[in-house]
Design a protein around this ligand. Sequence first.
Ligand SMILES: *Cc1c(COP(=O)(O)O)cnc(C)c1O
Length: 521
Amino acid sequence: MTMQNVGRPTRPEGSADAAGFQSLTGGRALLQDEALLFELDGWDKTGVDLPACELDASDLGDLVRDDLKLPGLSEPEAVRHYVRLSQKNHAIDLALYPLGSCTMKHNPRLNEKMARLPGFADLHPLQPVSTTQGALALMDRLAHWLKTLTGMPAVALSPKAGAHGELCGLLCIKAAHEAAGQGDRRTVLVPTSAHGTNPATAAFVGYSVTEIAQTTDGRVDLADLEAKLGPHVAAIMVTNPNTCGLFERDILEISRLTHAAGAYFYCDGANFNAIVGKVRPGDLGVDAMHINLHKTFSTPHGGGGPGAGPVVLSEALAPFAPAPWIVSGVAGFDLVEQDAGFGRLCAFHGQMGMFVRALAYMLSHGSDGLRQVAEDAVLNANYVKARLSDVMTPAFPDGPCMHEALFDDAWLEGTSVTTLDFAKAMIDEGFHPMTMYFPLVVHGAMLIEPTETESKQELDRFCEALRALAAAAKAGDAERFKGAPHLAPMRRLDETLAARKPKLVWREEPTTVAPAPLAAE
Ligand SMILES: *Cc1c(COP(=O)(O)O)cnc(C)c1O
């Protein structure tokens, strides 16, 4: 398998499908083969007719760009290009998207409608607050719901993703320690099963990271935690429910031990969808927790749009929250912009479109509906776990899981099929693979998160597909797996090369008229 020199994956070898049929043009049924935008024939034309510009652009001096180096496609050409590309990929609107930890749930169209209201969508962040009262009221209401649902007294809305929220929380913790003369606390404790962003964030803030061991039943090892806590520890970062899909039963003891050692308890709240309306993190002694609005409260994410990672803060950390925050007085709402703890996380106030979608999701569910979100997410995951446990091996067979079902690859032993092969074969059956090889503590991990938005019928279709594949693997049909996906527009990608050496810039080769790809950037 080779990458083409523009970082593109390879096409199906020979382009022949399972029946050996090959189209003459590379098209597949009604889906045409699609070149890169730069390879489309748009270099010698413009797609729109504009009158010649008579203004002198010299006001801009050196800032004038003479050539944008974009092909001059017409509107239908450009629209078709992107629609064709979108057809080559998976989407939550096509089918179940069982990526564990990512919480890919249906995005209600009502949320989209609300986010597109001109009063929200067309605001400029520098408008005077007297003209943005409705938007500030929405942010204030969202903050109220987040504080109520988590039982926490303060929230910073501006972080733009879960990882950005982690950064916000750790910067608050660092500022609080420094204010208390405890700036020499340089270590953050993170369980082995943690999402990669946790240790990465701690390292980014300048902390050294020490791993906390895990028990055989997938929880934080309390004895190991206690042994590693001390006056050098600034914080622990624990995910609850954790990335094994399990509730940390000893969470109260974890928080007691942490506070007794003078450290803060950062909770990774990306899995809040499993407990929303049922458990308030504030009651568990959490000091800071980000909430992935784009997971728990819907909104398209991943390839589909941006995220938002507001951070709820305890009484102890609230004074160190970043600017801005909203206050209300007789004259209406206002934004407090001056520096507080460590300044600001970003220009302006955060992801307005995400705020609108999240509040729409909350209001359309109501408090009882949000509780049912958690209940149904957990029920669906346990249904998947129960339906697959006789053919695949659950990593933690004892007891129920929370919102995601975790399997290891013990059941594939002797088949020569790997977790990766199995996941790729799911694509041929019309399902997006589950999360693979994460968490790292489970060998060949397969983490399935169905979310609350899937019906029993859809879960049954999914489970039947996995059962059929499992039977094929055990029957020795290794060919089906080794070459998978056979039917996708692209076969296996060299993901490591693509991640390590992404080709982000298209360069025109000086000697040729038509642009040609150059070597790696
Ligand atoms: C998704 C996720 C994150 C990171 O959130 P982003 O919005 O992708 O930055 C962190 N921790 C866990 C457990 C997650 O699932």
